[in-house]
Design a protein around this ligand. Structure first.
Ligand SMILES: *Cc1c(COP(=O)(O)O)cnc(C)c1O
Length: 402
């Protein structure tokens, strides 16, 4: 249930708040665990040895830095702004999620926790977590809604092969929101031995800050790469927004560069009615869901709405609190892209560039395709290509009648 709670002092800007958003709305039993996590993370962040180990794994294991690729044929076919792709799709396990899973996995080990739990929707975060647990020798349990387990059967098998236990969740809508609730229940019960490895820039403080920090490497690399290739900053950076981790990672280093437009793309699904999409900034209102205060898709009684998107990874009723603040301040713009435009973008990118994007990432590609023609050839758009499309082949084959 979401309730409209405005923090006592909205102007107070303490750790864990982004404007009025963020915070820590959890049962009392988790407060000590979140304090312990915050403290451990602050220490790790300042520890050169921790940072060196993380950098080394990001480089040699995950495959960073990821290239910044000029999409020449896509650009020429649209006849406007130059389009670059930040190739997070080339990372190990196929998406940006490994950046965060590696960071938090190392933190779990440093904290002496031998058991890791995670939630997963499409299964991508579950696969990244299972991968990191195998790498670091940690026990891994992944909660996944029964509906998602059926839809994403291949990822369930990948997780099992990596040695993780996948626990089906049969409550509620049997999807991501219910998997998070179940993971939180496990954490409350096993908090002493267990690390909760959350998969997006969501949840109670310190998660939104910590997850953003682990993805910040995307915009750090991107800034250097675009300055080297073009000698100036881009006109806009475009990223899809589920919970908001790949987008905040791609935006973060540019927030102070006011001339760079930051464009987040939400899932417009198959219609504007509540339940048909996951566009929180169009149909949502401020509320609390799963530990944080942000925009939430809800009905008039504060009951969480169902969501729909062709891409499982964008299909969540709330959005990371830092995006809520960037939205309200006007620093970032949020638009939505419907299922049909995302599918068209997959085909377009496949046939002009030989790149199959994840359906989530295709939402960002679609926005670039929409706005590029009206911009000048001197404009530069950077699309954060958060993942690759292999995982979506079943859906693509059905939707595109391949
Ligand atoms: C999970 C996922 C997303 C959505 O998550 P964010 O936290 O919003 O980044 C986007 N793209 C891909 C490829 C994903 O796997």
């Amino acid at each position: 249930m979401a309730s409209i709670i405005v923090p006592a002092n909205p102007s107070e800007s303490r750790a864990g708040r982004f404007g009025v958003y963020g915070g820590r709305y959890v049962p009392e039993t988790l407060v000590a665990a979140l304090d312990e996590l915050e403290h451990a993370y602050d220490e790790a962040k300042a520890d050169a040895a921790f940072q060196a180990e993380l950098s080394s794994l990001l480089k040699d294991y995950a495959g960073r830095p990821t290239p910044l690729y000029f999409a020449k044929r896509l650009t020429e076919s649209l006849g406007g702004a130059k389009i670059y792709l930040k190739r997070e799709d080339l990372l190990h396990t196929g998406a940006h999620k490994i950046n965060n899973a590696l960071g938090q996995g190392l933190l779990a080990k440093r904290m002496g926790k031998k058991r890791v739990i995670a939630e997963t929707g499409a299964g991508q975060h579950g696969v990244a977590t299972a991968t990191v647990c195998a790498l670091l020798g940690l026990e891994c349990v992944v909660y996944m809604g029964d509906v998602d387990m059926e839809r994403q059967d291949l990822n369930v098998k990948r997780m099992r092969l990596l040695g993780a236990e996948v626990r089906g969740v049969s409550s509620g809508s049997k999807t991501l929101k219910d998997a998070i609730s179940e993971a939180m229940r496990d954490w409350v019960t096993n908090v002493r031995t267990t690390y909760y490895l959350l998969g997006s820039a969501l949840g109670a403080h310190p998660y939104p800050t910590m997850v953003r920090d682990f993805h910040r490497v995307i915009s750090k690399e991107l800034k250097q790469q675009i300055l080297k290739k073009e000698g100036r900053l881009p006109t806009a950076i475009i990223a899809c927004v589920g919970g908001g981790s790949n987008a905040i990672g791609a935006f973060y280093e540019f927030i102070g560069d006011r001339q760079v437009r930051l464009i987040g793309v939400e899932a417009g699904g198959r219609g504007r009615a509540l339940g048909e999409h996951a566009a929180r900034f169009q149909g949502g209102a401020p509320g609390v869901l799963q530990g944080t205060f942000s925009y939430v898709l809800q009905d008039e009684d504060g009951q969480i709405a169902l969501t729909h998107s062709v891409s499982a990874g964008l299909d969540y009723a709330s959005i990371g609190p830092e995006h809520a603040a960037l939205h309200d301040s006007g620093r970032a713009e949020y638009v939505s892209c419907d299922d049909a435009a995302a599918l068209d973008a997959v085909v377009k990118l496949a046939r002009t560039e030989g790149i199959l994007p994840a359906l989530e990432s295709a939402h960002a590609v679609a926005e670039a395709i929409r706005i590029a023609p009206a911009l000048a050839p001197s404009d530069i758009l950077v699309v954060n290509l958060s993942g690759r499309g292999d995982k979506d082949m079943g859906i693509l084959a059905r939707e595109l009648k391949l």
